[in-house]
Design a binder for this molecule. Structure first.
Ligand code: ADP
Ligand code: ZN
Length: 292
């Protein structure tokens, strides 16, 4: 059985055809311009591929409530051309197949839970630290939505004393995304993150902010595993720093088997940056199942 997968990002749309076991058979990328221009291109790619369902992981905020009149619409996105535009309806109508939708980070979380390092677990969080910061949440065996969907990249954090300028989030300034995204690192140090590898102070601050956020997520959601993905997390030296700081900040308050094995608790994404698109395959499979 073939399933379509679409990772709808602010700069590009990754389209793929995959199988139930997560194998990706082909993949292309289409630039994200306007809905009027981009959606017909997406339809053009998927329409003759004999797929039985389509799964979409989308940039947000996006309406993921299937009961809502604006299900599948992009909401108050900073990406103005897409604000209050229907991402899903045109695709669903043209393709005539079940379409599953979730946030891009919930999609990545689902990819890891279905095919990757979090297989079989009940409660997992997936955090991407890239151009933005997003958090996907799998709790009690399902993806968490609520009134909208989690926006865990924007939690407020105290500023580090050696970070004079603070964060850059246009909405909150000093939130996790404002402090720790790739653009935040670049704004603070005047160079791209990848060019700052040899400056320990960069990663000291970065791991301080990420660890604080993880402590908050651990205390609220009690995940059995935390997966960190996105461009910035390609800096592998961050992992031991984050693990040590999380334990230090928790200060012995929680003692679980998972926290006793930090190398397997806070981990990199395991699917070679395919966790997002593979999660979309599973979103498509779930939509197919729900339609039967
Ligand atoms: P996006 O979030 O746009 O989907 P990425 O997850 O690749 O894409 O994140 C892009 C951000 O990550 C950029 O700000 C970039 O500077 C940063 N980045 C990409 N690769 C690396 C790397 N190897 N080391 C550190 N930062 C990186
Ligand atoms: Zn913010």
């Amino acid at each position: 059985m073939l399933i379509g997968a679409l990772e709808a990002g602010g700069t590009k749309m990754v389209c793929a055809i995959g199988k139930e076991d997560g194998t990706i058979l082909e993949q292309i990328s289409i630039p994200t311009t306007t809905p009027e221009e981009t959606i017909p291109k997406l339809i053009g790619y998927f329409q003759d591929k004999e797929i039985e369902a389509l799964g979409i992981g989308a940039f947000g905020p996006v309406d993921v409530n299937t009961e809502s009149g604006t299900f599948g619409y992009i909401l108050d996105s900073p990406k103005l051309a897409w604000r209050h535009k229907d991402l899903v309806g045109g695709l669903k109508k043209a393709l005539g197949i079940p379409v599953g939708l979730d946030t891009d980070v919930n999609g990545s979380c689902l990819g890891e839970v279905t095919y990757g390092c979090a297989k079989g677990l009940d409660s997992v969080i997936y955090i991407t630290i890239g151009t933005g910061v997003g958090v996907g949440v799998w709790v009690n065996g399902g993806l968490l939505h609520g009134m909208l969907h989690p926006e865990g990249g924007h939690i407020f954090l105290p500023r580090h004393l050696e970070d004079p300028d603070g964060g850059i989030c246009p909405y909150h300034r000093n939130c996790l995304e404002g402090f720790a995204s790739g653009p935040a690192i670049e704004a603070r140090w005047g160079k791209k993150a990848v060019e700052l590898v040899d400056m320990p102070e960069v990663w000291e601050l970065e791991s301080y902010y990420i660890a604080q956020a993880l402590v908050d997520y651990i205390l609220v959601l009690s995940p059995q595993k935390i997966i960190l993905g996105g461009g910035v997390m390609h800096q592998e030296q961050l992992f031991p720093m984050i693990r040590a700081k999380v334990l230090e900040m928790l200060n012995g308050y929680i003692n679980t088997e998972e926290l006793g094995d930090m190398d397997n608790y806070i981990v990199p994404a395991s699917l070679k940056d395919n966790q997002g698109i593979m999660g979309c395959i599973k979103l498509g499979l779930n939509a197919l199942e729900a339609s039967r």
